[in-house]
Design a protein around this ligand. Structure first.
Ligand code: VGL
Ligand code: ZN
Length: 190
């Protein structure tokens, strides 16, 4: 097995998608084994720190009564409401102090599944001379997929750390992997 620190090189970034309490068992929108991604991601964070690779972490950060909530006709139970414990990053995720946090899902009129959707992240990557991004987190078939598809569309070489993700549904996960491959992602399966 290739070790994370052997993989990273200058121009890389690590992008951790929505590893928040509400997406873990016991949360408001629990993903089966969602918490298991933490132990897989931590060594990648450590390697990123060692290699000077920047770490980005997105968070779903919804206002009360967000359009994506079922009470408003949306697809999801209320989750990741701003400043609630459910919206906090998993406590065992070893995010460095200089992690760049991407806040999304704050719009009143629409959802933002992708960490690139109206956040300025593509511009930030270009400014920071990042051309290759490793993506991990939750959920594989929702926000990870949307983020990966956008990263590719923006011209970034994109690798998915598959064992550091979990899907909402197994079938959705399989379809997401196919979609991401078709779009040009490298599925990095340790
Ligand atoms: C997500 C459902 C609703 C995700 C966010 O982060 O994958 N899924 N909001
Ligand atoms: Zn959401």
């Amino acid at each position: 097995m290739t070790q994370p620190h052997e993989v990273f090189k200058p121009g890389d970034a690590l992008l951790i998608v929505d590893v928040q309490n509400d997406f873990c068992p016991g949360g408001a929108l629990p993903i089966e084994e969602g918490d298991r991604v933490v132990a897989v991601i931590n060594p990648w964070i450590e390697a990123a720190l060692e290699k000077g690779v920047p770490v980005y972490a997105s968070r779903d950060w919804h206002p009360v009564g967000h359009v994506s909530f079922s009470e408003q006709g949306g697809d999801w139970p209320p989750h990741c409401v701003q400043d609630t414990p459910g919206a906090a990053f998993h406590k065992d995720l070893n995010l460095p102090g200089n992690t760049m946090v991407i806040t999304k899902g704050v719009r009143f009129d629409q959802d933002q599944n992708s960490a690139f959707d109206q956040t300025g992240l593509a511009e930030e990557f270009r400014r920071s001379r990042i051309h290759r991004v490793f993506v991990a987190g939750l959920a594989l078939d929702v926000c990870v997929q949307a983020t990966v598809i956008d990263a590719l569309a923006q011209g970034f070489e994109t690798l998915v750390l598959l064992s550091a993700t979990r899907p909402v549904t197994e079938e959705g996960g399989r379809i997401a992997v196919e979609n991401m491959k078709k779009a040009g992602a490298v599925i990095y399966d340790q």
